[in-house]
Design a protein around this ligand. Structure first.
Ligand SMILES: [Zn+2]
Length: 101
């Protein structure tokens, strides 16, 4: 099933850019990932992540992540990313954080 990976981007809602910006603001522009030792990542967030992959675009299922955590969540599920399992890599790292308005 090719679409489980390649179609995620298309499944994003039309107002995703607005949602994304809102989540980045809500999370104060910092990565909300919490490592296995309980510390929050806290790097500048560039991505908005679906906590549970799929089509649930409600705020409760979204959070700000830095590119590193987002990439690591999908690329590897090592100990650095407790709670970050099984999240899609739907959003490639954008060129800018879109926080400037
Ligand atoms: Zn992070």
């Amino acid at each position: 099933m090719v679409w489980s990976t390649s179609n995620r981007r298309a499944a994003l809602p039309r107002d995703w850019p607005r949602i994304r910006r809102r989540i980045l603001r809500r999370d104060k522009g910092v990565c909300t990932a919490v490592f296995s030792d309980g510390r929050q990542c806290g790097r500048p967030a560039t991505d908005v992540d679906h906590i549970v992959p799929g089509s649930d675009h409600r705020d409760a299922n979204l959070r700000a992540l830095c590119g590193w955590c987002h990439a690591h969540k999908s690329a590897s599920e090592g100990g650095a990313a407790a709670g970050l399992r099984a999240v899609s890599s739907a959003r490639p790292t954008p060129t800018h954080p879109a926080l400037e308005d």
